[in-house]
Design a protein around this ligand. Sequence first.
Ligand code: SF4
Length: 251
Amino acid sequence: MDVEPSYLKLFRSGELAARVKEAYDRLTSCDLCPLRCGANRAAGEEGACLKGAMEIAWSMVRVRGIEPFLVGKRGAGEVTFSGCHLHCIYCVIKPYASFGRQINPAELAELMLTFQERGCHNLQLVSPTHFVPHILEALEIAVSRGFRLPLVYNTSGYESLDTLKLLEGIVDIYLPDLKYGDPEVAKRYSGVEDYPRITQEAIREMYRQVGDLVLDEEGVAVRGLVVRHLVLPKGVNSHFDLAQPLPIFAD
Ligand code: SF4
């Protein structure tokens, strides 16, 4: 199955370049995530995500591990970005992701092309929200040089609808968490009481954009939505609005 990544169409029409500009314009008073802290990151100011310029914590070609529908036999190219707009007290990558190596979009584009040359099934962007402008610029550079791997947007789920709209027609696979249904629990563990409402709206928008999960003949995802649930010890209650069931697909 040869499914063309959706961003190629936007690249050919010039819309991808327009999205890059639109995304960078938002950095002067940053509102990329739902915290909308208004930091002037264009001038180097750090936001509540603790980042001004783009940094990556690590990158790797993952050949085995969790989420087999993403790594397949040839692995996924993974880029984990430093910083995060959520500050979950149990975060396992925080010790590594709170600092990183600063890179520019041209270097990220190079990395993307390297993953493709190594045969990866897709490019997985982990904790990408606060670097959407830089990622889109890198994508434009990489596409001009032949990049065509599906993009996976691996997120806490706490996303702004405006930023998701910037990604429409660009991201092929959304991989959000759905951590909490209870605002009090969300506040206690991640510092944001509105997590359940914001994230449920965001996941509906993601589903509107990419729809059901589509696998290729090797069983690897090429498009769609996968929601990961967080199970807290003893946290068994659900407060989701069951009158509006979410589109949820299990691994
Ligand atoms: S992405 Fe960072 S700088 Fe932008 S609104 Fe969110 S916390 Fe603030």
